[in-house]
Write a protein that binds this ligand. Structure first.
Ligand code: RRO
Length: 306
Protein backbone atom coordinates (compact mmCIF):
# COMPACT_ATOMS: atom_id res chain seq x y z
CA UNK A 1 0.00 0.00 0.00
CA UNK A 2 1.13 3.56 -0.76
CA UNK A 3 2.55 5.57 2.14
CA UNK A 4 -0.06 7.72 3.86
CA UNK A 5 0.25 11.50 3.46
CA UNK A 6 1.59 13.11 6.62
CA UNK A 7 1.15 16.69 5.45
CA UNK A 8 -1.30 18.97 7.19
CA UNK A 9 -2.72 22.41 6.52
CA UNK A 10 -2.85 24.68 9.57
CA UNK A 11 -4.88 27.72 8.62
CA UNK A 12 -2.80 28.12 5.46
CA UNK A 13 0.50 26.93 6.94
CA UNK A 14 1.60 23.81 5.10
CA UNK A 15 3.44 21.32 7.34
CA UNK A 16 5.13 18.26 5.79
CA UNK A 17 4.21 16.34 8.94
CA UNK A 18 2.16 17.21 12.05
CA UNK A 19 5.04 17.38 14.57
CA UNK A 20 6.16 20.84 15.69
CA UNK A 21 8.65 22.26 18.17
CA UNK A 22 6.73 23.88 21.06
CA UNK A 23 7.57 27.40 22.20
CA UNK A 24 10.10 27.70 25.01
CA UNK A 25 12.43 24.84 24.06
CA UNK A 26 15.55 25.69 22.04
CA UNK A 27 13.62 28.39 20.24
CA UNK A 28 16.16 31.25 20.20
CA UNK A 29 18.86 30.51 17.63
CA UNK A 30 18.75 29.62 13.94
CA UNK A 31 21.35 26.83 14.37
CA UNK A 32 19.26 25.00 16.95
CA UNK A 33 16.07 25.47 14.95
CA UNK A 34 17.88 24.06 11.90
CA UNK A 35 18.90 21.03 13.93
CA UNK A 36 15.29 20.50 15.06
CA UNK A 37 14.13 20.63 11.44
CA UNK A 38 16.88 18.20 10.34
CA UNK A 39 15.56 15.87 13.04
CA UNK A 40 12.14 15.89 11.38
CA UNK A 41 9.98 18.67 12.86
CA UNK A 42 7.27 19.81 10.44
CA UNK A 43 7.23 23.33 11.94
CA UNK A 44 8.88 25.32 14.71
CA UNK A 45 7.70 27.88 17.27
CA UNK A 46 10.19 30.29 18.83
CA UNK A 47 10.49 31.24 22.50
CA UNK A 48 8.00 33.99 23.39
CA UNK A 49 9.24 37.44 22.39
CA UNK A 50 8.09 40.78 23.79
CA UNK A 51 8.54 44.43 22.89
CA UNK A 52 11.47 45.00 25.26
CA UNK A 53 14.33 42.72 26.33
CA UNK A 54 13.59 40.73 29.48
CA UNK A 55 16.13 38.97 31.70
CA UNK A 56 13.64 36.52 33.18
CA UNK A 57 13.72 35.19 36.72
CA UNK A 58 16.73 34.26 38.82
CA UNK A 59 17.80 30.61 39.02
CA UNK A 60 16.58 28.02 39.69
CA UNK A 61 14.10 28.38 36.84
CA UNK A 62 13.43 24.68 36.15
CA UNK A 63 12.90 21.69 38.41
CA UNK A 64 12.53 18.10 37.25
CA UNK A 65 9.80 16.02 38.90
CA UNK A 66 8.90 12.30 38.57
CA UNK A 67 6.50 13.11 35.76
CA UNK A 68 7.77 16.22 33.99
CA UNK A 69 9.32 19.65 34.41
CA UNK A 70 8.16 22.68 36.38
CA UNK A 71 9.50 25.92 34.94
CA UNK A 72 9.34 29.58 35.83
CA UNK A 73 11.69 31.18 33.33
CA UNK A 74 9.92 34.55 33.43
CA UNK A 75 9.84 35.22 29.69
CA UNK A 76 13.58 35.71 29.12
CA UNK A 77 14.06 37.14 25.62
CA UNK A 78 16.09 39.76 23.76
CA UNK A 79 13.08 41.86 22.65
CA UNK A 80 11.63 41.95 19.15
CA UNK A 81 14.03 44.51 17.65
CA UNK A 82 17.05 42.34 18.48
CA UNK A 83 15.24 39.08 17.70
CA UNK A 84 14.09 40.34 14.28
CA UNK A 85 17.59 39.58 12.91
CA UNK A 86 17.29 35.99 14.13
CA UNK A 87 13.83 35.65 12.55
CA UNK A 88 15.22 36.93 9.26
CA UNK A 89 18.11 34.46 9.35
CA UNK A 90 15.93 31.54 10.45
CA UNK A 91 13.38 32.26 7.71
CA UNK A 92 16.13 32.05 5.09
CA UNK A 93 17.58 28.84 6.56
CA UNK A 94 14.49 26.80 7.44
CA UNK A 95 12.37 24.82 4.99
CA UNK A 96 9.40 24.57 7.37
CA UNK A 97 6.94 27.16 8.70
CA UNK A 98 8.54 29.46 11.27
CA UNK A 99 6.04 30.59 13.88
CA UNK A 100 7.04 33.36 16.25
CA UNK A 101 5.52 33.29 19.73
CA UNK A 102 4.70 36.79 20.99
CA UNK A 103 3.52 38.33 24.23
CA UNK A 104 2.68 41.83 25.39
CA UNK A 105 1.21 43.85 28.24
CA UNK A 106 -1.59 45.34 26.12
CA UNK A 107 -3.36 44.65 22.83
CA UNK A 108 -1.24 47.37 21.19
CA UNK A 109 1.97 45.75 22.39
CA UNK A 110 0.95 42.32 21.11
CA UNK A 111 0.12 43.90 17.75
CA UNK A 112 3.42 45.81 17.53
CA UNK A 113 5.50 42.72 18.32
CA UNK A 114 3.45 40.59 15.90
CA UNK A 115 3.82 43.20 13.13
CA UNK A 116 7.59 43.36 13.61
CA UNK A 117 7.86 39.56 13.70
CA UNK A 118 5.84 39.22 10.49
CA UNK A 119 7.91 41.93 8.78
CA UNK A 120 11.10 40.06 9.73
CA UNK A 121 9.81 36.88 8.06
CA UNK A 122 7.60 34.93 10.49
CA UNK A 123 5.22 32.62 8.61
CA UNK A 124 2.76 32.70 11.49
CA UNK A 125 2.24 34.24 14.92
CA UNK A 126 1.44 32.32 18.09
CA UNK A 127 -0.05 34.58 20.76
CA UNK A 128 1.13 33.56 24.19
CA UNK A 129 -1.92 34.52 26.22
CA UNK A 130 -1.31 31.81 28.78
CA UNK A 131 2.02 32.06 30.61
CA UNK A 132 1.00 30.75 34.05
CA UNK A 133 3.12 32.97 36.25
CA UNK A 134 4.04 36.36 34.73
CA UNK A 135 1.72 39.10 35.96
CA UNK A 136 -0.23 41.38 33.56
CA UNK A 137 0.46 39.24 30.50
CA UNK A 138 -0.06 35.57 29.80
CA UNK A 139 -2.97 33.96 31.55
CA UNK A 140 -4.19 37.25 32.99
CA UNK A 141 -4.98 38.14 29.36
CA UNK A 142 -6.03 34.65 28.32
CA UNK A 143 -8.44 34.35 31.26
CA UNK A 144 -10.25 37.57 30.46
CA UNK A 145 -12.51 37.10 27.41
CA UNK A 146 -12.84 40.84 26.76
CA UNK A 147 -9.09 41.52 26.75
CA UNK A 148 -8.33 38.31 24.84
CA UNK A 149 -10.75 39.35 22.08
CA UNK A 150 -9.14 42.82 21.94
CA UNK A 151 -5.67 41.28 21.59
CA UNK A 152 -6.76 38.95 18.80
CA UNK A 153 -8.65 41.66 16.89
CA UNK A 154 -5.74 44.09 17.13
CA UNK A 155 -3.18 41.51 16.01
CA UNK A 156 -5.39 40.26 13.17
CA UNK A 157 -5.74 43.84 11.94
CA UNK A 158 -1.96 44.29 12.05
CA UNK A 159 -0.59 41.17 10.32
CA UNK A 160 -1.54 39.21 7.25
CA UNK A 161 -0.22 35.88 8.53
CA UNK A 162 -2.05 33.09 10.33
CA UNK A 163 -2.56 33.93 14.01
CA UNK A 164 -2.67 31.11 16.55
CA UNK A 165 -3.69 31.61 20.20
CA UNK A 166 -2.02 29.39 22.80
CA UNK A 167 -4.54 28.93 25.58
CA UNK A 168 -4.14 28.24 29.28
CA UNK A 169 -5.46 25.20 31.12
CA UNK A 170 -5.60 27.34 34.28
CA UNK A 171 -9.15 28.56 33.60
CA UNK A 172 -12.65 27.38 34.47
CA UNK A 173 -13.53 26.46 30.88
CA UNK A 174 -10.91 26.41 28.15
CA UNK A 175 -13.67 25.63 25.61
CA UNK A 176 -15.46 28.92 26.47
CA UNK A 177 -12.18 30.81 26.03
CA UNK A 178 -11.64 29.01 22.70
CA UNK A 179 -15.10 30.13 21.52
CA UNK A 180 -14.23 33.74 22.44
CA UNK A 181 -10.95 33.48 20.53
CA UNK A 182 -12.73 32.02 17.50
CA UNK A 183 -15.32 34.83 17.47
CA UNK A 184 -12.52 37.38 17.64
CA UNK A 185 -11.09 35.93 14.43
CA UNK A 186 -8.12 33.81 15.48
CA UNK A 187 -7.04 31.27 12.83
CA UNK A 188 -5.99 28.33 15.01
CA UNK A 189 -5.53 27.32 18.64
CA UNK A 190 -2.69 25.71 20.56
CA UNK A 191 -4.08 23.68 23.43
CA UNK A 192 -2.37 24.07 25.95
CA UNK A 193 0.27 25.97 27.98
CA UNK A 194 1.63 24.59 31.27
CA UNK A 195 -0.38 23.79 34.40
CA UNK A 196 0.26 25.88 37.57
CA UNK A 197 2.48 23.87 39.89
CA UNK A 198 5.29 23.99 42.45
CA UNK A 199 7.93 21.92 44.25
CA UNK A 200 9.26 22.29 47.81
CA UNK A 201 12.74 21.30 49.03
CA UNK A 202 12.40 19.31 52.27
CA UNK A 203 15.93 20.21 53.42
CA UNK A 204 15.74 23.98 52.97
CA UNK A 205 11.97 23.84 53.63
CA UNK A 206 11.52 26.37 50.82
CA UNK A 207 10.00 26.37 47.34
CA UNK A 208 12.66 25.19 44.87
CA UNK A 209 12.00 27.69 42.09
CA UNK A 210 13.21 31.24 42.66
CA UNK A 211 9.73 32.39 41.57
CA UNK A 212 8.24 29.87 44.05
CA UNK A 213 5.64 28.54 41.59
CA UNK A 214 5.77 27.72 37.89
CA UNK A 215 4.18 25.67 35.10
CA UNK A 216 4.17 21.87 34.85
CA UNK A 217 4.79 20.20 31.48
CA UNK A 218 5.54 16.61 30.44
CA UNK A 219 3.79 13.26 30.82
CA UNK A 220 1.80 14.26 33.91
CA UNK A 221 -0.21 16.83 31.94
CA UNK A 222 -0.96 14.71 28.86
CA UNK A 223 -4.40 13.48 29.96
CA UNK A 224 -5.34 17.05 30.92
CA UNK A 225 -4.28 18.44 27.53
CA UNK A 226 -6.03 15.61 25.71
CA UNK A 227 -9.31 16.29 27.47
CA UNK A 228 -9.04 20.01 26.65
CA UNK A 229 -8.36 19.27 22.97
CA UNK A 230 -11.38 16.96 22.92
CA UNK A 231 -13.64 19.60 24.50
CA UNK A 232 -12.41 22.45 22.30
CA UNK A 233 -12.86 20.33 19.14
CA UNK A 234 -16.55 19.93 20.02
CA UNK A 235 -17.07 23.70 20.37
CA UNK A 236 -14.90 25.32 17.73
CA UNK A 237 -14.32 24.66 14.02
CA UNK A 238 -10.70 25.80 13.94
CA UNK A 239 -7.47 23.82 13.54
CA UNK A 240 -6.16 22.74 16.94
CA UNK A 241 -2.51 22.11 17.76
CA UNK A 242 -2.28 19.70 20.69
CA UNK A 243 0.46 20.42 23.23
CA UNK A 244 1.12 18.82 26.59
CA UNK A 245 3.13 15.73 27.49
CA UNK A 246 3.50 14.26 24.01
CA UNK A 247 6.46 11.90 24.17
CA UNK A 248 5.87 9.20 21.54
CA UNK A 249 3.79 8.43 18.44
CA UNK A 250 1.00 6.83 20.48
CA UNK A 251 0.57 10.11 22.39
CA UNK A 252 0.50 12.03 19.09
CA UNK A 253 -2.15 9.69 17.64
CA UNK A 254 -4.31 10.16 20.76
CA UNK A 255 -4.23 13.93 20.20
CA UNK A 256 -5.08 13.58 16.48
CA UNK A 257 -8.02 11.30 17.31
CA UNK A 258 -9.20 13.79 19.97
CA UNK A 259 -9.27 16.57 17.36
CA UNK A 260 -5.80 18.06 16.96
CA UNK A 261 -4.51 18.63 13.41
CA UNK A 262 -0.90 18.84 14.61
CA UNK A 263 1.06 18.42 17.84
CA UNK A 264 3.76 20.45 19.58
CA UNK A 265 6.54 18.78 21.48
CA UNK A 266 8.59 20.55 24.13
CA UNK A 267 9.49 18.68 27.31
CA UNK A 268 10.23 15.44 25.43
CA UNK A 269 12.77 17.32 23.29
CA UNK A 270 14.40 18.65 26.47
CA UNK A 271 14.44 15.24 28.18
CA UNK A 272 15.00 12.83 25.26
CA UNK A 273 16.57 15.00 22.55
CA UNK A 274 15.39 16.03 19.07
CA UNK A 275 15.27 12.41 17.83
CA UNK A 276 11.67 12.35 19.13
CA UNK A 277 10.45 14.12 15.97
CA UNK A 278 11.51 11.35 13.60
CA UNK A 279 10.32 8.62 15.99
CA UNK A 280 6.89 10.28 16.32
CA UNK A 281 6.51 10.95 12.58
CA UNK A 282 7.57 7.43 11.56
CA UNK A 283 5.20 5.97 14.15
CA UNK A 284 2.27 8.04 12.85
CA UNK A 285 3.03 6.92 9.28
CA UNK A 286 3.21 3.24 10.24
CA UNK A 287 -0.02 3.51 12.25
CA UNK A 288 -1.92 5.10 9.35
CA UNK A 289 -0.66 2.39 6.97
CA UNK A 290 -1.58 -0.40 9.36
CA UNK A 291 -5.08 1.01 9.87
CA UNK A 292 -5.59 1.62 6.13
CA UNK A 293 -5.80 5.44 6.20
CA UNK A 294 -4.38 7.54 3.36
CA UNK A 295 -3.70 10.72 5.32
CA UNK A 296 -3.35 12.25 8.78
CA UNK A 297 -6.44 14.37 8.06
CA UNK A 298 -8.62 11.27 7.92
CA UNK A 299 -8.11 10.55 11.62
CA UNK A 300 -8.40 14.08 13.04
CA UNK A 301 -11.28 14.04 15.53
CA UNK A 302 -12.21 10.43 14.77
CA UNK A 303 -12.69 9.61 18.45
CA UNK A 304 -15.79 11.85 18.43
CA UNK A 305 -17.86 9.33 16.44
CA UNK A 306 -20.87 8.37 18.53
O1 RRO B 1 8.93 31.90 30.27
C1 RRO B 1 8.22 31.20 31.03
O2 RRO B 1 8.44 31.13 32.25
C2 RRO B 1 7.08 30.43 30.53
C3 RRO B 1 6.24 30.85 29.53
BR1 RRO B 1 6.51 32.43 28.60
C4 RRO B 1 5.08 30.10 29.18
O3 RRO B 1 4.28 30.44 28.30
N1 RRO B 1 4.87 28.96 29.84
C5 RRO B 1 5.70 28.52 30.81
O4 RRO B 1 5.45 27.45 31.38
N2 RRO B 1 6.80 29.27 31.14
Amino acid sequence: MKDASLSVDLAGLRLANPSMLASGILGYATETLERIVECGAGGVVTKSIGLKPCKGYANPTVVQTDCGLINAMGLPNPGIDEFAKEIHEAKAALKVPLIVSVYGFSAEEYATVARKAAAAGADGIELNVSCPHVKETGSEIGQNPKILAQVIRKVKASVHKPVIAKLSPNVTSIADIAVTAAHAGVDALTIMNTVKAMAVDVETMMPILANKSGGLSGSAVKPIALRHVYDVYEQVRLPIIGCGGIVDWQDAIEFLLAGASAVQIGTAVALKGPGVFKAITCGIGAYLRKKGFRSVNEIVGLSHRS
